[in-house]
Design a protein around this ligand. Structure first.
Ligand code: NDP
Ligand code: PHD
Length: 344
């Protein structure tokens, strides 16, 4: 099987990760890349400031970058990945879905819209069926699916595993890598020898997206989980990999052996980009660490450590690669699920 795919905003930081992950993908063939009007018409090699830690695949360097509009994308593209700035995506993505394209998007616009599935395949793949409601309501031939924010996606698979104990309240404090802000997001003068205890909008994204992801779908709408999530988000001077300290309070007590079992039971999927296991638990108390553990499972695994029983539940740390599991890899996995479920 070969599915023709394209990337909207393919010259940026996340777009480059898409290209790295699509190189050699067993089912997806990259046939179109779009970017801003400044890049359109140039070769990819000319247009992109390539910064990923492997060379631009030769066959990609020669691709001509297209304008980000439906008329510029070939009709035989079956699936589009989107890594546009959210303000641009908000306008452009509906143009593509109206034109009949299926879009798997990493951008933050519309993540909380009632008829847009926000999906982590191992957690709530069944929410994809919300696309039927979306197509009915919006009259689209295409479809729009989102993956969550990178900090949310690092934590939620662990919360889903712990929900068997009756998840009630979660406190989380993050240590987020600079790549999450994009190449021009944080200057070296701001971040070297420093920690910035604020990332605009991040805390409310973690608090709201988690409840939607953990919610249930009754065939017509998502009922959000009633877990109460409080987040405190911090930028630290690591390059890639978001580390998070989590305190989960549950209806039932959790001992660390039960927690290990729950994490080990987290589902693994038969999709090309799905890691096995989904969650890797470290026994050494000083792991996981961003530099050592962010590339586990090709950057798609969630690493967990520091398990401790607390009076109301469990304290632990979790880590994931923010531009792979937290961005391009997440959209790619959603794309693989869209294909398996017959939406592409
Ligand atoms: N960086 C990260 O780690 C993460 C980013 N995200 C989200 O992913 C998205 C992309 O982020 P990132 O890759 O860092 O951003 P970049 O700024 O690096 O890339 C943006 C991309 O969008 C294109 N673009 C910009 N403006 C327009 C426009 N008006 N019309 C068409 N194309 C345009 C750019 O093209 P050109 O090169 O021509 O300017 C480029 O391809 C954002 O929504 C971000 O919030 C999510 C999780 C992590
Ligand atoms: N805000 C995230 C990255 C990001 O772009 O998130 P979102 O996909 O929600 O816009 C970070 O700084 O690490």
């Amino acid at each position: 099987m070969s599915v023709n795919v394209g990337i909207l905003g393919g010259t940026g930081a996340v777009g480059q990760r898409f290209i790295q992950l699509l190189d050699g993908h067993p089912d997806f063939e990259l046939v179109a890349i779009t970017a801003s009007d400044e890049s359109a018409g140039k070769s990819y090699r000319e247009a992109a400031k390539w910064r990923v830690d492997s060379p631009i695949p030769n066959w990609v360097g020669d691709i001509e970058v297209r304008a980000t509009e439906p008329e510029a994308v070939p009709d035989d593209v079956d699936l589009l990945f989107s890594s546009l700035p959210s303000g641009v995506a908000e306008v452009v993505e509906p143009q593509f879905t109206e034109a009949g394209y299926v879009v798997s998007s990493n951008s933050s616009n519309s993540r909380m819209a009632d008829d847009v599935p926000l999906v982590i395949p191992e957690v709530n793949g069944e929410h994809l069926d919300l696309l039927e409601v979306q197509q009915d309501e919006r009259g689209w031939d295409g479809a729009l699916v989102k993956n969550p924010n990178c900090s949310t996606i690092t934590m939620v698979p662990t919360l889903a595993a712990l929900d068997r104990f009756g998840l009630e309240t979660v406190h989380v404090s993050t240590l987020q890598a600079v790549s999450g802000a994009g190449y021009d997001g944080v200057t070296s003068m701001e971040i070297i020898d420093n920690v910035i205890p604020h990332i605009g909008g991040e805390e409310s994204k973690m608090e709201t997206e988690s409840r939607k992801l953990l919610g249930s779908f009754d065939g017509s709408e998502i009922e959000q989980h009633d877990v109460d999530v409080s987040a405190s988000c911090n930028r630290v001077p690591t390059l890639d990999g978001h580390l998070e300290n989590v305190w989960a309070e549950t209806a039932e007590d959790i001992d660390t052996d039960d927690a290990r079992d729950a994490f080990a039971d987290a589902p693994t999927l038969d999709l090309p980009s799905a890691p096995d296991p989904l969650i890797e638990v470290f026994e050494n108390p000083d792991r996981p660490q961003p530099r050592l553990d962010r590339t586990l499972g090709g950057g798609m695994q969630i690493a967990v450590g520091g398990l401790q029983e607390t009076s109301g539940g469990l304290q632990y740390n979790c880590l994931a690669h923010n531009t792979i599991r937290g961005a391009a890899g997440a959209s790619l996995l959603n794309g693989e699920l869209l294909v398996r479920e017959g939406w592409v």
